[in-house]
Write a protein that binds this ligand. Structure first.
Ligand code: NDP
Ligand code: X2W
Length: 337
């Protein structure tokens, strides 16, 4: 039995983590955290868990969590994560961090994009980036995994075979991405109130979104050449889902059929990536850990579409994929629905 704690249990990503982990009979959820001292029952917070998990959310220190749990999913916002993770690791816990705090390798780049000084900089650069489709070999032995961002997972999975095989120009890649509102988390904000975002699509973070350096760093490492993207996220009036539409420039004329073969070979033994001929839709991956990728062309322009559920393949699902690899369970445990 693996004893697991979830920090930030009152949030959206944590709800999905709980639902997935409840499908693994060898996992026991032993602690859920909140900053509230009122210790609400988890079913008072997430009504869909009524009768499924008898546990209260508690305001626990790292030491108190470590007394109960071997593994911790840290589903806190960035900055809050790095304030607790060093203590969890020191107390012997293995951690999957869903926040952005350990994804980038350079503290100066973190500060530039997150506008916050990193308080645990020595772990940047050595923390394993947990996108198992790009290399799962270092995940099983890791004590800390940096779970990827939601836009970044959709974008990186959509571009990785092209970058790894040097088929496209590495700079000037346009990524136009749309997200459902749950991507912004459960904390109330003006921009995510129903009248503000329903019946409307708007871009945000133009030229400044913090997933830009994450996409560039991972693809640069993969391709061994400097990758630059123009990444523009959009908020769309749906609960969940991300669709990334990407415009890479091929170095040479290459047929779509050949490119599809390249993608199918790259993801041959990856259970959660589906290369499809039709256009992907967020509805078809909602609630699942799948990433659906489709290659299309318009004249000479290659267009890559990539769709995921931001809360599953973009957060809780890939976090459990990483946990499964760390704990020695089959990678797909709890994730095939
Ligand atoms: N939503 C998504 O699609 C994705 C989210 N992520 C990342 O996963 C993490 C969790 O996301 P999500 O569940 O959406 O977020 P939520 O806002 O829904 O939940 C985060 C929880 O963290 C707790 N918390 C602890 N410290 C703080 C703090 N200083 N400020 C605010 N909340 C705090 C809050 O619980 P309480 O108030 O009870 O203490 C809150 O419920 C974040 O780092 C996010 O960036 C990554 C990919 C996709
Ligand atoms: C719609 C929306 O607001 N989405 C979030 C991204 C969610 C995510 O992946 O965030 P982390 O990198 O913090 O984990 C945003 O744009 O900030």
């Amino acid at each position: 039995m693996t004893k697991v704690a979830i920090m930030g249990a009152t949030g959206y990503a944590a709800l999905e983590l709980i639902k997935i982990l409840l499908r693994n009979p060898e996992v026991e959820i032993v602690a859920l955290t909140t900053r509230s001292d009122e210790a609400p029952h988890i079913s008072e917070i997430h009504h869909s868990l009524e009768g499924r998990l008898d546990l209260r959310c508690e305001n626990l220190s790292a030491a108190e969590i470590a007394e109960r749990a071997d593994f911790v999913f840290c589903a806190l916002p960035h900055v809050a994560s790095m304030e607790v993770i060093p203590d969890l690791l020191a107390d012997g816990c293995r951690v999957v961090d869903l926040s952005a705090d350990y994804r980038l390798s350079d503290p100066a780049v973190y500060e530039q994009w997150y506008h916050h000084v990193h308080i645990d900089p020595t772990r940047l650069g050595s923390t394993i980036y947990g996108l198992p489709e790009l290399g799962a070999d270092k995940i099983p032995s890791a004590n800390l995994i940096a779970n990827p961002g939601c836009y970044t997972s959709a974008s990186i999975l959509g571009l990785a075979p092209l970058i790894a095989n040097s088929l496209i120009e590495p700079t000037g890649i346009i990524i136009d991405a749309k997200s459902g509102v749950s991507g912004a988390g459960r904390k109330p904000k003006l921009g995510t109130l129903y009248p503000e975002c329903n019946e409307s699509i708007t871009a945000y973070g133009v030229g400044t979104h913090r997933h830009t350096p994450e996409i560039e760093e991972v693809l640069t490492t993969l391709g061994g050449t400097d990758v630059k993207v123009t990444f523009t996220p959009h908020l769309t009036p749906m609960n969940r889902g991300i669709l990334a539409t990407m415009y890479p420039r091929l170095k040479e004329d290459t047929s779509l059929d050949h490119l599809k073969e390249v993608y199918r070979a790259f993801y041959a033994d990856k259970p959660f990536v589906r290369i499809i001929d039709r256009l992907p839709a967020t509805r078809e991956v909602a609630g699942t850990n799948y990433c659906d990728i489709s290659l299309q062309s318009a004249g000479n322009q290659l267009i890559v579409f990539s769709a995921i559920d931001n809360l599953i393949k973009g957060a809780a699902g890939v976090a459990v994929q990483n946990f499964n690899l760390m704990a020695g369970y089959p990678e797909t445990t709890g994730l095939i629905v």
